[in-house]
Design a protein. Structure first.
Length: 158
């Protein structure tokens, strides 16, 4: 929760915050690990009312501490990227972790994202604190190589 500000106190609050899109069309999926839901991954088109449907922003949250540092998040991001590039035929996917979230940044780089720059005061928490974020992207031409690395990792684990 260090990078998500305030945790919801009730299931109703969590449902409202994480399951009901309120600004733009948003698609959220539960991440399952060892038979239980441990987080969520989502995508949206940041400019859904324009012709920008060729790009999407994604986000991920692993809420269960036991599921962190086990490759669960990287796998979820890669699975979402595969869907976005191979089924939805997007051109670009972006993500913007806080600059201090080194674990997330490493995971996104492992999934194929590249660093584009820092967005100053790009996120704001309820307590009024602004934070800088890394702007990262992967484009459709980079996806095949990222997917090949992913498949090579899976093959080496067998």
């Amino acid at each position: 929760m260090e990078f998500w500000d305030v945790a919801p106190e009730t299931i109703e609050e969590a449902r409202e915050e994480f399951l009901e899109a309120d600004i733009v069309p948003l698609w959220r999926f539960v991440i399952e690990w060892q038979g239980r839901g441990v987080g969520s991954v989502e995508y949206s088109h940041p400019y859904a009312d324009t012709d920008y449907l060729w790009t999407a922003g994604i986000d991920i949250f692993i809420g269960e501490p036991a599921a962190r540092n086990r490759g669960v998040g990287t796998e979820a991001v890669r699975t979402l990227l595969q869907y976005l590039f191979e089924v939805k035929h997007l051109h670009r996917v972006t993500i913007d972790p806080e600059v201090g979230n080194a674990r997330a940044i490493r995971s996104y780089e492992k999934a194929g994202f590249r660093f584009d720059g820092v967005l100053r005061h790009n996120d704001r928490f309820e307590n009024g604190r602004y934070v800088d974020t890394h702007f990262m992207s992967i484009i459709e031409d980079e996806w095949p190589a990222a997917k090949n690395r992913w498949e090579a990792e899976v093959d080496s684990d067998d």
